[in-house]
Design a protein around this ligand. Structure first.
Ligand SMILES: Nc1ncnc2c1ncn2[C@@H]1O[C@H](COP(=O)(O)OP(=O)(O)OP(=O)(O)O)[C@@H](O)[C@H]1O
Length: 268
């Protein structure tokens, strides 16, 4: 089967004191090629654990990940990751950061050069390509992180709160950029966020996870990501059903957090 399959994944962390944490239990879903899915849920519901398992950084205690029908056994360039802080190479300039992957694969400038320049242009970095990383704002650094990930031409892009550290205006611009890159490249994307608005705007599919154990609580299929490709995101937020869905998800997460607080207080 083509696409990304998360097949009955469970993850238990055994702690040094003999206890254990069931971070995920029986999580299954399939993403078709080119789907964009946002993931929301209260703190500790296993979002990052799930992403790390899909990336191949963690082996699940049960279940497996399959890419285009093949079992995943570890990290691979077919699954690229973008972190909250760019994890960039500070000692390289912007262009060298973006061309890092192709250069590591042994490609020459003649092979990767035009694609890297194209990515620098579409991410708005064309005039910054010779700059050092420390000269860039947080938003520009996340543009480099996105371009660097795309330069590896992964099938799937995994994003763990990629815009979480940005100010509100920069974040809004970057949300537009994520949509533009998604449409232009046709990549499959999983994006974790703590922002309900961001999950609504960037999730063609939106997954709400619940904690203890981490599991899928509810899934939505939404029109806003498609609408946002060609429209101002502020206009998209005025669309029919947007506020209603936002309120529904906010109360869902609020209730889960209240329940966690209740359980924690009862245990004390
Ligand atoms: N390496 C680890 N060892 C032990 N427990 C872990 C480890 N990694 C995660 N956990 C636990 O697994 C659960 C899920 O953690 P995870 O970080 O995946 O949640 P999250 O939804 O991404 O949280 P947040 O929104 O706060 O980032 C939590 O209870 C966490 O404490």
């Amino acid at each position: 089967m083509s696409g990304l399959s998360i097949e009955n994944i469970s993850m238990r962390f055994d702690l040094p004191n003999g206890s254990s944490v069931q971070a995920l239990k029986n999580v299954s879903l399939h993403l078709k090629e080119g789907e964009l899915m946002s993931v929301l849920g209260p703190s500790g519901c296993g979002k990052t654990t799930l992403l790390n398992i899909v990336a191949g950084f963690l082996a699940p205690t049960e279940g497996h990940i399959a890419m285009n029908g093949h079992k995943v056994h570890g990290p691979d360039a077919e699954r690229g990751m973008v972190f909250q802080q760019g994890a960039l190479f500070e000692w390289m300039n912007v262009r060298d950061n973006v061309s890092f992957g192709p250069r590591m694969k042994g490609q020459r400038e003649a092979e990767y050069g035009s694609q890297v320049d194209h990515l620098l242009d579409v991410t708005g970095l064309g005039d910054f390509k010779d700059k050092a990383i420390y000269e860039l704002s947080g938003g520009m650094q996340q543009r480099v992180a996105l371009a660097r990930c795309l330069a590896n031409d992964p099938d799937v892009i995994l994003m763990d709160e990629p815009l979480g550290a940005l100010d509100a205006l920069t974040r809004e611009k970057m949300q537009g950029l994520v949509l533009k890159l998604w449409k232009e490249t046709g990549k499959t994307i999983i994006l974790i966020t703590h922002s309900v608005e961001e999950a609504l705007l960037l999730g063609e599919r939106l997954l709400v996870m619940a904690p203890r154990p981490g599991r899928i609580h509810k899934e939505y299929r939404l029109p806003y990501a498609d609408m946002g490709v060609n429209a101002d995101l502020r206009e998209v937020k005025k669309s029919e059903g947007y506020s209603q869905t936002r309120e529904e998800i906010l109360s869902m997460i609020w209730d889960m957090e209240e329940e966690i607080m209740g359980r924690t207080e009862a245990a004390q």
